[in-house]
Design a protein around this ligand. Structure first.
Ligand code: NAI
Length: 329
C-alpha cells in the first residue's frame, strides 16, 4: 500500500524502513505534522500513518477521504486526537498500536518519580559545577509510602509491578477493576486522600479531562508527588501551578502537557517559547518535564513499526486481523 507517514523523525524512518523489508509497502516519509495546511501531501495515498500530535479532526479527515485515503494507521496507543465519528461517517478505517511496550512508559514514570524524590536533576547540575553541598537535596524513603495508580491497563499494571518492589502500599482506581491484579482497588477519593505519590495511567476521555483539578488537589495530602505520563489534559495545568505555589504539590513529574502540540518533538532551543504557562512550570525546582519520551525505547519503536505495518498489511489483504479503533455511537 502507498503509505504517507507524517511527523517523521530519523528514528521513525530507521525502524519503519527496517521492518518494511518484510512488508514491502511503498512508504513516503514526511517531516511535516498532519494538519489542514499539510493534508494535501497525502493526496493519492490509500494509507496515512499519524502520530500523537497530528491533527485528525473532521476537516482533515474530509480532505483525506476526498484524496483517496481509506486507512488511518495511528502509530500510537492513544486515539483521543481522532474524530472517530467523522472517520466512521466517511468510511475511513482507523487502526492503532494498542501495546508496544507498556514497560517503556511505566519505567519512565518510575524514573521521574525517583529523580524527583532524590533531586537527581539538581544534583547532576551541582556536581558538574563542583558544588557538593547537600542542602536542598533531601528526599524521602519510598519504602513504606502509599503509591496510588489511576488506570490499571497495560501501563498501569507494569507500573504497579515496579512500584510494589518498594515495600510500601500500592492502591489503585479504575472504573473497570482487574481482579487478577495484586493491588488494592479503592475509590478515587480514597486514592487522592491516602497516596503520597500518584501516577496517572488512564486514557484521556471526556470523563478524565482535568481529572486533576482544584477540587481533586484539595483532597490530596500536602506535598503529594504527582506523575503524569498519560495525556496532558488529564491535568488542569493552572490548578497544578497554584498547588505548586502553595506547597500542596511537593513534586511534579510530567512527560505530557496539555498544549504540547506546539512544543514537543521539536528543537526550539533557539526560539522564544510563547507559552507562558509552560515556562512558569519550568521555573519550579521540584518539577521535571520530559517531552513525551515515555514510549521512546528501542524495543517500543521496533514494536510500533511492526504492529503498524502488520495492521496495514492485514487491512490491504482484507483479513480483518488488525487493531481497529471502532466508533461507538
Ligand atoms: P489501556 O487501555 O491498557 O489502559 C487504560 C486503563 O485506564 C484501563 O484499565 C481503563 O479501564 C482505565 N480507565 C478508563 N477510564 C478511566 C477513568 N475514568 N479513571 C481511571 N481509569 C480509567 O492503556 P495503556 O496502554 O495502559 O495506556 C494508558 C495511557 O498511557 C494511554 O491512554 C496513553 O494516553 C498513555 N501513553 C503515554 C505514552 C507516553 O509516551 N508517555 C505512550 C503510550 C501511552
Amino acid at each position: 500500500m502507498k503509505l504517507a507517514i507524517f511527523s517523521t523523525k530519523p528514528y521513525d524512518r530507521r525502524f519503519f524502513s527496517e521492518v518494511n523489508t518484510n512488508h514491502k509497502h511503498q512508504l513516503s516519509f514526511f517531516e511535516a505534522r498532519l494538519s489542514l495546511e499539510t493534508v494535501s501531501l497525502a493526496e493519492g495515498f490509500e494509507g496515512v500513518c499519524a502520530f500523537v500530535n497530528d491533527s485528525l479532526g473532521a476537516e482533515v479527515l474530509e480532505h483525506l477521504a476526498k484524496g483517496g485515503t481509506r486507512l488511518i494507521a495511528l502509530r500510537s496507543a492513544g486515539f483521543n486526537h481522532v474524530d472517530l465519528e467523522k472517520a466512521h461517517a466517511l468510511g475511513l478505517t482507523v487502526v492503532r498500536v494498542p501495546a508496544y511496550s507498556p514497560h517503556a512508559v511505566a519505567e519512565h514514570a518510575l524514573a521521574l518519580m525517583l529523580a524527583l524524590n532524590r533531586k537527581i536533576h539538581r544534583a547532576f547540575n551541582r556536581v558538574r559545577e563542583a558544588n557538593f553541598a547537600l542542602d536542598g537535596l533531601m528526599g524521602f524513603d519510598v519504602h513504606g509510602k502509599t503509591i496510588g495508580v489511576i488506570g490499571t491497563g497495560k501501563i498501569g499494571q507494569s507500573f504497579i509491578q515496579l512500584a510494589s518492589g518498594f515495600g510500601g502500599k500500592v492502591i489503585a482506581y479504575d472504573p473497570y477493576p482487574n481482579d487478577t491484579l495484586a493491588v488494592t482497588y479503592v475509590s478515587l477519593e480514597k486514592l487522592f486522600q491516602e497516596s503520597a505519590i500518584i501516577s496517572l495511567h488512564c486514557p484521556l476521555t471526556p470523563e478524565t479531562h482535568h481529572l486533576i483539578n482544584q477540587a481533586s488537589l484539595a483532597q490530596m495530602q500536602d506535598g503529594v508527588m504527582l506523575i503524569n505520563t498519560s495525556r496532558g489534559a488529564l491535568v488542569d495545568t493552572g490548578a497544578v501551578i497554584e498547588a505548586l505555589k502553595s506547597g500542596k504539590i511537593g513534586h511534579l513529574g510530567l512527560d505530557v502537557y496539555e498544549e504540547e502540540g506546539d512544543l514537543f518533538f521539536e528543537d526550539l532551543s533557539n526560539k522564544v517559547i510563547q507559552d507562558d504557562v509552560f515556562t512558569r512550570l519550568l521555573t519550579f525546582p521540584n518539577v521535571i518535564i520530559t517531552g513525551h519520551q515515555g514510549f521512546f525505547t528501542q524495543e517500543a519503536l521496533h514494536n510500533i513499526a511492526e504492529t503498524t505495518l502488520t495492521n496495514v498489511t492485514a487491512f490491504e489483504g482484507g483479513t480483518g486481523e488488525y487493531f481497529e479503533v471502532k466508533y461507538e455511537a
